[in-house]
Design a protein around this ligand. Structure first.
Ligand SMILES: Cc1cc2nc3c(=O)[nH]c(=O)nc-3n(C[C@H](O)[C@H](O)[C@H](O)COP(=O)(O)O)c2cc1C
Length: 389
């Protein structure tokens, strides 16, 4: 069974944003967005490994057309390796989606940028904020904050793609921290931004407003233990009025989004992403998402279908319901996926004639066990509520 673990950060704590709250505020946000914007979309969904997959991003599009979406980080070598079948790796390119690249070799990053551009990807973000030991061991992610000159060389090499007459131009942005290890003074951050922006190839920085420690803290701890320092991001925005700054870290309700947009150009939200933001009913979102799955499944080859992970396909809707109902839903859906997999072998031999029937039946079955999971969750949630009264 592949990857049924749902990240703790998405596990349905009770403090999620309340839907009514967001819906009331959404109009303020939209007005504000129209007023402020130097970025075409000022609310971004953060890149998150194993979360912001192509399927998750599709769910975001169903929820609202207002988000700027970031893929999970992909190493430049993976792009090079999949140069001839990129859509298998990433899905199709979308104009609302920025692809996040990891890597530190200017030549390889440049090659990846060319491949992405040739395949229709227009916006590339470089990850300079990931502190995981594997990533730092390979000399990319947050450790690159210590080498602004190398980052400038990477950016310059990537921007060469814009000299090809036969490729549409790309934009390059950088996502970094406010500091790393003892490179954590404002002057050092200023020097980093100044060095990278002086290339004239990056004018948008997404700043996770926490420093990170490369040793001693796990990636999850590096997202909670170092203190948030929004002031430092505002100071950058003030000192570099010609650059665009998106702020990230701990922004978990729409009031905070609106407040931040007074001071910076964009807000990026990760762990709280869009809980409750949808102005659409949850069921409508789920049904539209299953319609998308239906089209996606119909595009797969028999060999892809035989290795399909239902958990990966359905993971995005695990987070539709929040609070205690969300917890019940996630548990029931997970159990129903396991039950379904046990009673329906994915290793069956397909031939091209029965693929269509197979996928139609699969989609019907998904619809029915998702519906079942919702009603089981509602029942359990009601029972729990009654018991606690
Ligand atoms: C599960 C998970 C995976 C993440 N993966 C990435 C990643 O691939 N690239 C990246 O730049 N940041 C990654 N992050 C960091 C987020 O993009 C974001 O900077 C961080 O969660 C802080 O924002 P938040 O407080 O709104 O969650 C990840 C965060 C989480 C929770």
């Amino acid at each position: 069974m592949q990857n049924t673990k749902i990240d703790d950060d998405h596990s349905g704590n009770n403090d999620y944003i309340k839907k009514e709250d967001i819906c009331n505020k959404l109009s303020i946000f939209e007005n504000n967005q129209k007023m402020s914007c130097r970025l075409s979309k000022s609310l971004g969904v953060a890149p998150m490994l194993d979360v912001t997959t192509q399927h998750f991003l599709q769910l975001c599009r169903i929820i609202s057309p207002n988000f700027l979406l970031y893929t999970e980080m992909i190493h430049c070598n993976a792009i090079i390796h999949h140069a001839n079948d990129l859509s298998q790796l990433l899905g199709p390119p979308f104009p609302d989606t920025v692809i996040q690249l990891g890597g530190s070799d200017p030549e390889a990053m440049s090659q990846a940028a060319v491949i992405l551009a040739r395949n229709g990807w227009r916006d590339i973000n470089i990850n300079i904020g990931c502190p995981s030991s594997k990533v730092q061991h390979n000399n990319f992610g947050a450790i690159l904050m210590k080498s602004p000159d190398l980052v400038a060389r990477i950016v310059t090499a990537m921007a060469e793609v814009n000299q090809h007459d036969d490729i549409s131009p790309i934009t390059i942005s950088v996502k970094c921290r406010v500091g790393v290890d003892d490179i954590d003074s404002y002057e050092q951050l200023y020097h980093f931004i100044s060095t990278v922006s002086k290339t004239n190839f990056v004018n948008h920085f997404i700043i996770h407003a926490r420093k990170c420690w490369l040793k001693g803290l796990s990636p999850a701890q590096n997202r909670t233990i170092p203190k948030l320092d929004y002031e430092r991001v505002y100071r950058l925005a003030n000192d570099f009025p010609n650059l665009l700054f998106t702020i990230n870290g701990g922004i978990d309700n729409i009031d905070k989004v609106v407040e931040q947009l007074e001071k910076v150009d964009g807000v990026m939200i990760g762990r709280k992403d869009f809980y409750g933001i949808p102005p659409k009913p949850d069921l409508e979102i789920i049904n539209e998402y299953i319609d998308y799955l239906s089209a996606h499944l119909a595009s797969l080859t028999a060999s892809k279908l035989s290795t399909l992970s239902l958990s990966i396909l359905l993971k995005p809707i695990f987070m539709i319901f929040s609070g205690s109902k969300g917890k019940c839903f996630r548990r029931h859906l997970q159990l129903n996926i396991i039950k379904y997999r046990k009673s329906n072998s994915f290793e069956s031999n397909f031939d091209n004639d029965n693929i269509n029937n197979y996928t139609l039946k699969l989609v019907d079955d998904i619809r029915s066990f998702v519906k079942q999971s919702i009603s089981d969750a509602e029942l359990e949630h009601e029972n729990k509520k009654n018991q606690s009264q």
